[in-house]
Design a protein around this ligand. Sequence first.
Ligand code: DGP
Length: 112
Amino acid sequence: MNCIFCKIIEGKIPSTPVYQDEQGYAFADVNPQAPVHVLIAPREHIASIDEASTDQRALLGHLLWAASEIARKKGLENGYRIVVNTGSDGGQTVDHLHLHLLGGRLLAWPPG
Ligand code: DGP
């Protein structure tokens, strides 16, 4: 499968790791939109949250927990945002499920 995030997770494409465990891998976004911009992805290939199965509910919760853990370690005590772009209307450009953790500045709402 020609998935850029699978290649990053396998170490075939370099990335800046932020956190990793047996279920997920988190790395710095190559095009940061905030002082802290981390992507949290499952090690197994899931194309989007829309493709996640009932059996993968615990994995989804784990990724959300990992994002909050990274936020704590990054000292984002003023707050942060976790985003899951999904599909073309949602602005998803990489078809491997990932959470964006954004923080370190005031984030506008609603997003564009
Ligand atoms: P999304 O639009 O939600 O699918 O976000 C994809 C993000 O992935 C986008 O913010 C840029 C980032 N990205 C794309 N290619 C690479 C890469 O090769 N390395 C890293 N670190 N980030 C990437």
